[in-house]
Ligand binder design. Structure first.
Ligand code: MN
Length: 290
């Protein structure tokens, strides 16, 4: 069994553009090897937005060297990018954007959500790419609700929505460059569940709501992320209150991480090149709306 090495939590919040009040759980600036293959996680909300005619969000900006994964729990997020990708996602849906060699995108609240207002909660996760794939072609996967399979956990402990990776023989729809598991877990109070986790892999589930007890007796609640030992297999959770957990696990990418703002590469030279390529327009532009 894996044991928790430490409990990660956010040290405070900031806004991304005027649309996303987030708390950063971890980022590539601080000993990124602990979370590899993941580079950054922003938890947006939970909060409430009033109805508005304003366009809230963040305008055109670039990324290179990794993937941005946006998971909506409440509200609506709209995205457009220079690869021609785009779409609006709602609760339970995912945008998996491969920036790789370079992409320019914008991220806003969905129009309908902006008009009605309401509860808002999302996660944006940055997933690193191995050096061999950092300059791969950009791509966009819009993953709607109906494409995410649900797996019943043993003993009536709840269910897992499989976004990436595989659980009990059911695979999620996301195409990934390296092995990882991204699951949306809905756990039932009064149950215990043992989740498969590979030896040598990072295992760092984020508690979004609820209350859980770990095998070593430590308890975790909303906003906390127990980061488990690389050694050992499997994680045991005792569910003290109905809980929503974003399960994040994967094979570490054991390569240097050199990042600056929206670019994460392996060397300083590659970061300078990324700025030059963006400034000269080589990361493309978003096509004018038809
Ligand atoms: Mn972005």
């Amino acid at each position: 069994m894996k044991t928790a090495s430490f409990i990660q939590r956010s040290e405070g919040g900031h806004w991304v553009g005027d649309g996303f009040p987030v708390r950063t759980l971890f980022s590539y600036n601080d000993r990124p090897e602990r979370f590899s293959p993941f580079l950054m996680l922003d938890h947006g909300g939970p909060t409430r937005f009033e109805p508005t005619a304003q366009r809230r969000g963040v305008g055109q900006h670039p990324h290179r060297g990794f993937e941005t994964v946006t998971i909506v729990f409440d509200g609506e997020v709209a995205h457009r990018d220079s690869s021609g990708g785009g779409g609006t996602i709602g609760p339970g849906e995912v945008q998996w954007m491969t920036a790789a060699a370079g992409i320019v995108h914008e991220e806003y609240h969905g129009e309908r959500f902006a008009r009605t207002g309401g509860p808002f909660e999302m996660v944006q996760l940055w997933v690193n790419l191995p050096a061999r794939d950092k300059m791969a072609a950009p791509a966009y996967q819009g993953i709607t609700r109906d494409r995410i399979p649900e797996v019943a956990l043993p003993g009536g402990a709840g269910l897992a929505r499989i976004i990436a990776g595989e659980l009990q023989g059911t695979a999620g729809p996301a195409r990934t460059f390296t092995p990882m598991q991204v699951w949306d877990l809905r756990l039932k109070a009064g149950h215990s569940v043992t989740l498969p986790a590979a030896a040598g892999h990072t295992t760092a589930p984020l508690v979004l709501r609820g209350h859980l007890r770990l095998a070593d007796g430590q308890e975790v609640t909303a906003g906390q992320m127990p980061v488990f030992s690389r050694e050992g297999e499997d994680v045991q959770l005792e569910v003290l209150e109905d809980s929503t957990v974003l399960w994040l696990a994967g094979e570490p990418i054991d390569e240097p991480v050199v990042g600056y703002g929206p670019f994460v590469m392996n060397t300083e030279t590659e970061i300078h090149q990324a700025f030059a390529d963006f400034q000269s327009g080589r990361m493309g532009r978003i096509a004018a709306a038809a």
